[in-house]
Design a binder for this molecule. Structure first.
Ligand SMILES: Cc1cc2nc3c(=O)[nH]c(=O)nc-3n(C[C@H](O)[C@H](O)[C@H](O)COP(=O)(O)OP(=O)(O)OC[C@H]3O[C@@H](n4cnc5c(N)ncnc54)[C@H](O)[C@@H]3O)c2cc1C
Length: 360
């Protein structure tokens, strides 16, 4: 009698799982029955999100259809939101649906921005951001002010894209906890972004913390109160609460602690990659590039785990190239303290993003 297949459940169509499924489509994982569980039928690629908001890309350019992705890999697709893991029973709990049994569970569900209770639109999930923006556009009146909170690369890109999209009838203000935009980036890249923000008419408020948004008013830590039509939160990432609630070891932000093989430090059946994972002793910044890079290692180790073979250790590079779009066909790129900006940087980003979306 043949061995029963190992139930390998991939939770979330994040960047690492897209890589896993693409590789499994070329070389199936022997002995595995694959299921992809994900909340939306089309997975957003946030590298192209600012371009989508500006109108450089259409919805399909910036989203990956999960059905063909899963079908090519021979995986079953379940559109569902996971809200718990019953580790004793080996079941993934799904909102409004029957729980799903797993032998191995790989998690790539990303994270959400840190935001206080109250109003405002988080940048993730992307579907909620797009819906929040559409609702805002329907009620905006000339002179309204909109804030983006968080001045990392994602927040700066979002502010620039919103200023372009909403036009001169709306004032965009970017708020950051640090005095400088893009904390940790080279000074030249910070200066380029400051100039781009000023040219787009965006007000920069640095060195302040934003409180909750209540009744259209946002209180700042320096005592000022801003009247806003909306606030978009692009602050640091936290993991989904159901990981820690399952008793899995997590870091302070609720991201699943994994060792260098991307396996949970608390449960040998569970793997994780991307923003929802915290790599022990080598924490990676919360950026899609690291989720993409984890993909091949994750795929190899899931394959090995199914076969009962020893796992490979991931030794990520120290640094990664960051390319941030500025709008108007320009971008700024930096790595290892060096930075370049201009049209070529934008073409390079556009080329890399399109290549990721449509690998040949
Ligand atoms: C405006 C903006 C621009 C950015 N630009 C860049 C960039 O240019 N380069 C870069 O490297 N990074 C960029 N980032 C950061 C990047 O978005 C994240 O680091 C990246 O998306 C993380 O990938 P991931 O695979 O961890 O998860 P995600 O891409 O967030 O994917 C998670 C998937 O899991 C699904 N999911 C989530 N929860 C559940 C659940 N409970 N049940 C079922 N499914 C679930 C979601 O539907 C989604 O498909 C940007 C971020 C923002 C906000």
């Amino acid at each position: 009698m043949g061995r029963t297949a190992t139930n390998l459940v991939l939770l979330g169509a994040g960047h690492a799982h897209v890589a896993v499924l693409r590789r499994a489509a070329i070389r199936p994982i022997p002995g595995a029955a694959l299921t992809l569980v994900t909340r939306e039928p089309r997975a957003a690629y946030s590298g192209m999100l600012p371009g989508l908001l500006r109108g450089d890309y259409g919805f399909d350019d910036a989203h990956i259809a999960c059905a063909p992705l899963a079908a090519a890999a021979g995986a079953r697709l379940l559109i569902a939101e996971a809200d718990g893991i019953d580790r004793a029973a080996g079941m993934l709990r799904l909102a409004g649906q029957s729980p799903l049994p797993f032998d191995l569970l790989s998690i790539d569900v990303g994270g959400r921005p840190v935001m206080p209770p109250g109003g405002g639109v988080p940048v993730k999930p992307v579907g909620r951001l797009l819906a929040g923006l559409a609702a805002l556009e329907a009620r905006l009146i000339t002179g309204d002010r909109v804030a983006v909170i968080g001045a990392g690369a994602g927040g700066c890109e979002l502010a620039l894209a919103l200023a372009h999209r909403l036009g001169s009838r709306t004032r965009v203000v970017l708020i950051g906890r640090d005095r400088a935009v893009l904390p940790g980036a080279p000074a030249r890249a910070q200066a380029v972004v400051r100039r781009a923000l000023a040219a787009a008419g965006i007000d920069w408020l640095g060195g302040v913390d934003a409180g909750p948004l209540h009744a259209g008013e946002l209180a700042l830590s320096d005592g000022r109160v801003l009247a806003l039509a909306e606030a978009f939160w692009a602050t640091g990432v936290v993991g989904p609460g159901f990981l820690a609630a399952a008793g899995l070891p997590c870091d302070a932000a609720g991201c699943l602690r994994v060792d260098a093989t991307l396996r949970s430090t608390g449960d040998a059946r569970v793997f994780a990659a991307g923003d929802c994972a915290a790599l022990e002793g080598n924490a990676r910044p919360k950026a899609g590039v690291w989720a993409v890079r984890a993909g091949p290692i994750l795929e190899d180790n899931l394959r090995r785990a199914v076969a009962g073979q020893p796992l490979r250790r991931w030794r990520p590079q120290r640094d990664a190239l960051v390319i941030m779009s500025l709008g108007n066909g320009r971008a700024v790129a930096w790595r290892n303290g060096l930075s370049v900006s201009g049209r070529l940087a934008w073409h390079w980003k556009d080329h890399l993003d399109r290549k990721w979306m449509r690998p040949s």
